[in-house]
Design a protein around this ligand. Sequence first.
Ligand code: NIG
Ligand code: FE
Length: 401
Amino acid sequence: MKTLWHNCHAASMANGSYSIIENAAIVTEGAHIAWIGPHSELPDQGDIRAFDLSGAWVTPGLIDCHTHTVFGGNRSGEFEQRLQGVSYADIAAAGGGIASTVRATRAATEEQLYASAERGLQHLLKDGVTTVEIKSGYGLDLASERKILRVIRQLGEKLPVTVRSTCLAAHALPPEYKDRADDYIAHICSEMLPALAAENLVDAVDAFCEYLAFSPEQVEQVFITAGQLGLPVKLHAEQLSSLHGSSLAARYQALSADHLEFMTEDDAIAMAASGTVAVLLPGAFYFLRETQLPPMDALRKHGVKIAIATDLNPGTSPGLSLRLMLNMACTLFRMTPEEALAGATLHAATALGMADTHGSLEVGKVADFVAWNIERPADLAYWLGGDLDKRVVRHGVESTF
Ligand code: NIG
Ligand code: FE
């Protein structure tokens, strides 16, 4: 059954870059886009169901390509400590940070984790997100990582959102492996990843390459195992220091390298050559009061695709609005509103390996889009959060919240 969506403008992101169609019409057939273009060029559709979008701007459904939505507890106490001057690294060294969320997550039941993650995810959906990536990484043993990944799968089954699941077992060293990081990496490679992949709980593999987490050599072992299992890789890289994890990620054709404040121009050259997307996380930059900016000029000069995500997590970015991140990408990183919007649609889809089906409004792609009651696309990066007036269409059907 076909449906016409008309009386709108479209920020279509067609042909791989920001692009707009004024006075547009969209025809969906089932879950896909059957036609899009200027309304004046619409071929006769006969007797078709039609929805008047009242002059709205239509964008692809927003894609949050980096979140850690499933976790126990929260870390507002650490937020207060950091406001008193204690650093993120000091808190981690004293047994707080990721380790404290690991304790809370291990202690929580699957049902408890589902309930709290659903609450967080609802905020993103209300903001126009139709696809989200969610990482494990607060379990750090097989049973607890499995518990998180099962919750991630359930979120995708029960909520009106497409969910990609990433295994981040190499997020931090669990207490049982204190001073034995190589042994933990070997355990991830020989036991955890093969078991979790066999249970179809994993769409991609991530790691945290940092002096307070894992070395490039250790990350490489994880990447090699992911490759043997046929899984794409991603990497938290260059967030606090420069270890050239982003170049390592590029060598393994990673879908993305994420954070990147401390990356170098050579890293950008390597990422451009491999098509690895730079996922920038302005919420974490802001929340950690980071001052080292990602090298925007080098990323642009070498043509690296730039995505924007919330990094929703309890330690460094309790960010419940992807649009707020668009604003931060503009105000903090000096991106344009057009670059930021492409970063939360088109390039975010590439960062998830979904560019063939998602991220732009083009014939044959999945009909996930948002009709925003705004004056101009830049308004999406202008308002600081809030529940903007909008209609969300997923798989060709309007969602209600
Ligand atoms: O993306 N960088 C590592 N991981 C998360 C933070 C995790 C935490 O502090 O709980 C991030 O910022
Ligand atoms: Fe993260």
